[in-house]
Design a protein. Structure first.
Length: 282
């Protein structure tokens, strides 16, 4: 794959940082963004031409648009935009606060939507490009203790699935990445938890909360290998619509889809019975 220019949000830690490290090692140019650009200083390569940084909080839409415009103005062309910034909110729906819900959706759902809206005019003007949205296996499954996080990820998957059909004619590919668990700090540093309610202590939500807090959640993924797979996927044509990463992601997504298909197929006759044509038959 020839050297391209990548724009990465949430580049200070986890998957975003791993992507920047490996992109630079491969000779790509990187526009790395973070709420505090000072956290990116140690990533800077010897060749300054490979590197651009910007301050970006995806919940600040004016700042987001300025950052995107500045990056395209400075670099001339950006081939791949990686929307990675996000965090996990854990707790049963009753346990999280109104403010926590609002912040989760502003960051994980509205932020990526607004980032896409900001970059699309630039990508159309240059004749194409790629948008890579980092979702999660949680965008395809539903587990207790994560209802608001699931809402953000299922929402973002619906948006980018539709977006892919809207912009394909402009030469813009869209890929939704669905990683499983990996030691990225997501379940520690990059997490928020609602105040516990005693009523949920012995429920599936309460048990899931304890597993996360105790650090006993299995994390089979390797964040570096995930970053390599994402970079490799950008060379594929057409863009893969979804990219599951990690054996746990593959297994739980596969089970969820099979279960949903089975339940849907059991409703086939009932679904047909509500067509207008069924009234005439009756």
């Amino acid at each position: 794959m020839p050297a391209d220019t990548w724009f990465v949000t949430g580049a200070s830690s986890g998957l975003g940082r791993a992507l920047c490290e490996r992109l630079l090692a491969r000779g790509h140019r990187v526009a790395a963004t973070a709420r505090d650009p000072q956290t990116l200083t140690d990533l800077a390569p010897a060749d300054a031409r490979q590197w651009w940084t910007g301050r970006l909080d995806v919940t600040d839409h004016d700042q987001l648009r300025r950052c995107v415009d500045d990056a395209f103005a400075a670099l001339g062309r950006i081939d791949v935009v990686v929307s990675n910034a996000g965090y996990g909110l854990f707790g049963a729906a009753e346990e999280v606060t109104d403010e926590q819900i609002d912040r989760q959706l502003r960051t994980n759902l509205v932020g990526p939507i607004q980032l896409a809206r900001a970059v699309l005019p630039h990508l159309r003007a240059q004749g194409g490009g790629r948008i890579v949205q980092i979702s999660s296996a949680a965008g395809q499954v539903a587990l207790p203790n994560m209802s608001i996080y699931h809402a953000s990820k299922w929402g973002v998957e619906g948006f980018f699935d539709s977006l892919g059909t809207e912009v394909a004619g402009f030469g813009i590919g869209v890929t939704i990445v669905e990683p499983g668990s990996a030691p990225t700090g997501f379940a520690a540093r990059s997490r928020e938890t609602g105040p516990a309610l005693a009523a949920y202590a012995e429920t599936p939500a309460g048990r899931a909360r304890r597993a996360i807090e105790d650090g006993t959640v299995r994390q089979p993924g390797d964040v570096g290998l995930m970053a390599e797979a994402i970079i490799d996927s950008a060379a594929g044509e057409p863009a893969p619509r979804r990219l599951a990463l990690g054996s746990d992601a593959y297994m739980i997504i596969r089970k969820s889809l099979r279960d949903r298909l089975s339940r849907l197929e059991a409703q086939q006759e009932q679904a047909r019975s509500t067509d207008a044509a069924a009234r005439n038959v009756a």
